[in-house]
Design a binder for this molecule. Structure first.
Ligand code: SF4
Length: 443
């Protein structure tokens, strides 16, 4: 039986390296020139308020530019780029506009006549992915003839890796995204993610590993320069190879295992031919998990700092992207408050997130974070004093109020400067010339 082909190259030069990785697998050779081509980059986060590290988090504009140039050269003239970027306000159109302007997508639009869309401003349609699982997916992608999928080669705190299949989650509606983080043990996040590629048009996936990231998918992870490009016309095969390159066994990645099972394949290289570089020459281990203390009641660095009087249970897969957005923020607020307490323990508080956690016995105060937690546990017999931070997801005012009620006194400067918080993550890249902003610009 013919093997699935995956090409693997070192990124060396603009234009040339993308051409090479696509050519090795004849990635565009059989695609009719009059096809409607849809390009899906990965812009998992953006802010217009300050600079922030994009390395390993966002598809480089270098790769997006070189793909558009290649498509144009080959005679494709109906090309659309779209992405649904998460921001605090669901009606916010400015963040995507700012992202597309700064990442150079509008330059590509003006030069090559392509369309650039904020996926949240475009229609969605229901797609039945399996008998039991459906999602509202971006209509432009569903009705295109050919998908060029451009994820980053990165790790993910819930899915272990975020590669070709997972990148398609950015094309489903907000309610579908929330639903995907289900507490149903059969149709959980991993199962649902595994179904995302079931009804897509023919597809070329190119993993952008110019920068990769440990403990992704966002900027609180640690990026590294890896200079890797991987391509395949088979989305599962590219994810298996991508996982290996991150030093993570694909047989240990639940969504890859499920996607392989659904296709009657195995989550390994047995039916894959890698063309170009060898995986073992480019692979390096990337940590994906955030380490908590043994009973998962506090992040390990918090325990080491001696933070006490509070249980902040480790997130599970049922906490969706929108609450995740605030999870790191909440933890940082607690750390900031702790620094003002001179070692005095918090008042025996527990913080619960997602759709599955249940309150522990014997706590003085229980913070239920998010509407899902409130709906599940508001009448729970283990709760002494309930502090509800409602909302789906909660807003900053409610978070501030809830922390205050729990006696977690966060200095006012923390909330005043919250828009500029992403700037802090730039510090770890200072003085490291391999982290170049130019990869996210198009000149
Ligand atoms: S409350 Fe949070 S976890 Fe629940 S659906 Fe809303 S945003 Fe997601």
């Amino acid at each position: 039986m013919a093997k699935y082909k995956v090409s693997l190259v070192k990124y060396e030069k603009p234009e040339e390296s993308i051409r090479k990785v696509v050519k090795l697998i004849k990635g565009l050779d059989d695609v009719p020139k009059d096809s409607k081509v849809f390009i899906k980059p990965n812009v998992v986060y953006w802010t217009k308020d300050c600079d922030f590290p994009k390395w390993g988090m966002i598809t480089t504009s270098r790769v997006v530019n070189d793909v558009v140039e290649l498509l144009n050269e080959k005679g494709f003239d109906d090309i659309t780029i779209a992405e649904g970027i998460i921001s605090q306000d669901p009606d916010d159109k400015e963040t995507a506009d700012d992202a597309f302007k700064n990442l150079g997508y509008y330059k590509l639009r003006d030069e090559y006549g392509i369309k650039v869309f904020d996926a949240f401003q475009r229609p969605y349609e229901k797609v039945q992915l399996t008998e039991e699982v459906s999602a509202r997916m971006n209509s432009d992608m569903v009705n295109s003839d050919f998908l060029v999928n451009l994820p980053v080669l990165k790790t993910h705190a819930q899915c272990k890796v975020s590669l070709g299949i997972k990148n398609l989650k950015g094309l489903i509606s907000i309610p579908s995204r929330k639903k995907f983080h289900s507490s149903d043990p059969k149709f959980d996040l991993h199962y649902n993610v595994a179904q995302l590629a079931n009804k897509i048009p023919p597809c070329l996936t190119i993993l952008d590993g110019i920068y990769t990231i440990e403990r992704g998918p966002a900027m609180d992870g640690k990026a590294r320069r890896s200079d890797i490009l991987v391509a395949s016309r088979d989305i599962l095969s590219v994810d298996i190879v991508g996982s290996k390159l991150l030093g993570i066994d694909p047989a240990e990645v639940p969504y890859i295992v499920q996607a392989a099972k659904d296709r009657e394949r195995t989550p390994n290289l047995s039916d894959i031919e890698v063309i170009g570089e060898k995986i073992e020459d480019l692979a390096s281990h990337h940590e994906w998990d955030y380490i908590y203390k043994k009973d998962d009641t506090l992040p390990l660095p918090y325990e080491r700092l001696g933070i006490s009087g509070i249980k902040y249970r480790k997130y599970d897969e049922s906490m969706c992207t929108f609450c995740s957005f605030y999870n790191g923020f909440l933890l940082t607020a607690i750390m900031t408050a702790w620094r003002t307490r001179d070692g005095e323990p918090f008042d025996n508080i527990e913080v619960l997130t997602g759709k599955e956690m249940e309150p522990s016995k014997g706590m003085n105060k229980t913070i239920l974070f998010g509407q899902c937690q409130y709906a599940k546990n508001r009448d729970h017999h283990n709760i002494n004093e309930l502090i509800a931070i409602k909302g789906c997801p909660p807003n900053l005012d409610d978070i501030q109020e809830g922390l205050k009620k729990a006696g977690i006194r966060v200095p006012s400067y923390f909330f005043k400067n919250i828009d500029k918080a992403p700037l802090l993550f730039m510090q770890k890249y200072q003085g490291k010339p391999e982290f170049e902003e130019k990869f996210y610009q198009i000149s």
